[in-house]
Design a binder for this molecule. Structure first.
Ligand SMILES: Cc1cc2nc3c(=O)[nH]c(=O)nc-3n(C[C@H](O)[C@H](O)[C@H](O)COP(=O)(O)OP(=O)(O)OC[C@H]3O[C@@H](n4cnc5c(N)ncnc54)[C@H](O)[C@@H]3O)c2cc1C
Length: 261
């Protein structure tokens, strides 16, 4: 290597691209290496015949609207990366069966109030329990935000006083919390839809993880890039090059050598 780099990033998936951009924007000399011949990692697409398949990203949370950007949209703006984000119209549609075997064909909207209203439509009488449930979700989100902001120094007296239900539910699975709250079974069946995103069923998934993901989607909607996942990775690659970073494709890291410095 003739050139000196401050930082070498291995892997041009979205994480590596983001790490490289963070360093390049901060003025570091960056080399990004990728074993594949294109960027994106899991966030990629491929064509078979007249169809283009997206194997992973089908919706992203934390984007937010242009007027009220959430973390990822803001991060891209800070990097100087432009992506044409399109809002996804619904939270989800599920065609399946309820636990009692009756058919289920449900479309749930974004927005906490809209979600509760639609649940009342599908499961009449569920409103009071769902409202109570969203209070718990909001408290859990606020409590975890407090813990994150405290950088490992959360004050237990603040947690007990302000977020007691976070402490009550923190050690339990989603199913246990739903059961303890007495949520109607049909509501639980509908809200179980998102288990696939985290890959763990409701009996084993920690309530806090579920709450975090569920609220990010329901309260702030979801977005996709207008031109497939590669719109994100290509825009990041372009910006990295503008900032003077080098990117080597078809180049696999096989070993890390340290000289003690
Ligand atoms: C089926 C599926 C569905 C998903 N759906 C969504 C969704 O809807 N919304 C969402 O937000 N997220 C979704 N995700 C998650 C999201 O796709 C991933 O979290 C994200 O793309 C991971 O990015 P990454 O950079 O961490 O890892 P990766 O994408 O795995 O990137 C790692 C990169 O490193 C390269 N690499 C590895 N080793 C070396 C080496 N030795 N030398 C050089 N290069 C190397 C690889 O080739 C790869 O390009 C989904 C994931 C899957 C699998």
């Amino acid at each position: 290597m003739k050139k000196h780099y401050d930082i070498v990033v291995v892997g041009a998936g979205n994480a590596g691209l983001s790490a490289a951009l963070q360093c390049a924007v901060a003025g570091k000399k960056v080399l990004l290496i990728e074993q594949h011949n294109l960027p994106g990692g899991c966030a990629t697409s491929f064509r078979r015949g007249r169809f283009e398949f997206e194997p992973s990203l089908h919706e992203l949370c934390d984007i937010g609207s242009a007027e009220d950007p959430a973390e990822i949209r803001q991060m891209m703006m800070d990097y100087g990366v432009e992506v044409d984000w399109k809002e996804v119209p619904d939270c989800f549609r599920i065609i399946s069966k309820y636990s009692d075997g009756t058919p289920m064909d449900v479309s749930m909207p974004f927005g906490c109030d809209n979600f509760i209203d639609k649940m009342e439509y599908y499961v009449p009488g569920s409103r009071p329990k769902m409202e109570e449930y969203f209070e718990l979700l909001n408290e859990t989100m606020a409590g975890t935000a407090y813990i994150s902001a405290s950088n490992g120094h959360a004050d237990s007296s603040v947690l007990k006083e302000k977020y007691p239900n976070l402490l009550r539910t923190g050690a339990y699975s989603v199913s246990k919390v739903w059961k303890a709250m007495g949520l109607p079974q049909k509501c639980c069946d509908i809200m179980s839809t998102y288990w696939g995103y985290l890959g763990v069923d409701m009996d084993r998934m920690a309530f806090i993880h579920y709450c975090n993901m569920f609220m990010k989607y329901v309260s702030r909607a979801a977005y996709i890039p207008a031109h497939t996942s590669h719109e994100i990775s290509n825009a990041m690659v372009e910006r990295l090059r503008e900032l003077g970073a080098d990117i080597w494709f078809n180049f696999r890291a096989v070993e890390f050598l340290f000289d003690g410095d």
